[in-house]
Ligand binder design. Structure first.
Ligand SMILES: C[S@@+](CC[C@H](N)C(=O)[O-])C[C@H]1O[C@@H](n2cnc3c(N)ncnc32)[C@H](O)[C@@H]1O
Length: 232
C-alpha cells in the first residue's frame, strides 16, 4: 500500500511539477523520462534516504528544476561529470534532458554502493545518457579520460574543496558549475585563499537563496602567498 502510494503523484507534488516545468521547460520526451525517474526515486526513498524528506513535496522545484537550470549555462556541453551524484541531482536530471542529444553522456560519480545502485536503476528506467562510476572522486579523473565539457556538484563539499576536485577537468578545458546556498560569499572568500578563480555568480532560477558558481579557470595559489594564519 505504502509503495503504491509512493508511485502516485499527490496533488501538491503535481502542482509543484507544473511550477517547476514552467521555470525550466523541457520536451515531452524529457518530461516522460523525468516522470519515470521521480517515480523510481519516490519508491526507493521509502528505504534509502536519497533526498531530505522535508523537500519531497517540492521535489520538482527544489531538485529537478534546480538541476535543469544548469543546461542553459552551457547549452553546447555534451560530456558532463557530476561529482557526488547521490540520488541523481543534478546528474540524472541532466542525463534525462540530454538523452536525445547525439554523443551526450553524463558521468555520475558516487562512492556509496547503495546510491550507485539506485543511479544505475535510474539510468536503466529512463534510458538516460549516463555512466555510473562507483568510485571516489580522486580515483575517476583518469578513468573518465575523454574531454569533459562541464563538471558539476551539488551539496557535496565546501567550495574550496569543490574547486580542488574540479581543477583537473577545468585545467583541460571544462567549465565548472556548483549549486550553492546562501553562504556562497563566505565560501568564495575561503576558496580564494587557496585558488586563483574568477567566479561568475548566477542566482537560482528556482527562488530561495540558491546560487550557481561558474568557473572557467582554476589555478592553485602560490602557497607562500598564504599567510600562516590562513592555512587550513
Ligand atoms: C549530500 S549528498 C548530495 C547528493 C546530490 N548531489 C544532491 O544534491 O542531492 C553527497 C553525495 O556525495 C557522495 N560523496 C561524498 N564524497 C564523495 C567522494 N569523495 N567521492 C564520491 N562520492 C562522494 C556521498 O556518498 C553522497 O551521496
Amino acid at each position: 500500500m505504502a509503495k503504491a502510494a509512493a508511485h502516485t503523484l499527490s496533488s501538491p507534488l503535481l502542482s509543484d511539477k507544473a511550477t517547476g516545468l514552467a521555470l525550466t521547460p523541457v520536451s515531452s520526451e524529457t518530461e516522460a523520462r523525468l516522470d519515470r525517474y521521480v517515480a523510481l526515486l519516490l519508491e526507493w526513498q521509502i528505504k534509502t534516504n536519497l533526498v531530505a524528506p522535508s523537500t519531497l513535496p517540492n521535489l520538482w522545484t527544489r531538485h529537478v528544476s534546480d538541476s535543469l537550470q544548469l543546461l542553459s549555462l552551457v547549452p553546447s556541453a555534451k560530456t558532463w561529470v557530476d561529482l557526488g551524484s547521490g540520488g541523481g541531482f543534478p546528474g540524472v536530471v541532466l542525463a534525462c534532458a540530454l538523452a536525445e542529444t547525439p554523443g551526450a553522456n553524463v558521468h555520475l560519480v558516487e562512492r556509496n554502493a547503495k546510491k550507485a545502485a539506485f543511479l544505475r536503476e535510474a539510468v536503466r528506467v529512463t534510458s538516460a545518457s549516463a555512466t555510473v562510476h562507483l568510485a571516489g572522486i580522486g580515483d575517476i579523473v583518469d578513468r573518465i579520460g575523454s574531454r569533459v565539457d562541464c563538471v558539476t556538484a551539488r551539496a557535496l563539499a565546501p567550495l574550496h574543496q569543490l574547486v580542488g576536485f574540479a581543477e583537473p577537468f577545468v585545467s583541460s578545458g571544462a567549465k565548472a558549475l556548483f549549486l550553492k546556498g546562501q553562504d556562497v560569499e563566505a565560501e568564495l572568500t575561503e576558496a580564494t585563499k587557496y585558488w586563483n578563480i574568477q567566479p561568475r555568480l548566477h542566482s537560482s532560477r528556482t527562488g530561495g537563496h540558491g546560487w550557481i558558481v561558474e568557473l572557467d579557470r582554476i589555478e592553485r595559489r602560490n602557497p607562500s602567498a598564504i599567510t600562516h594564519g590562513d592555512r587550513a
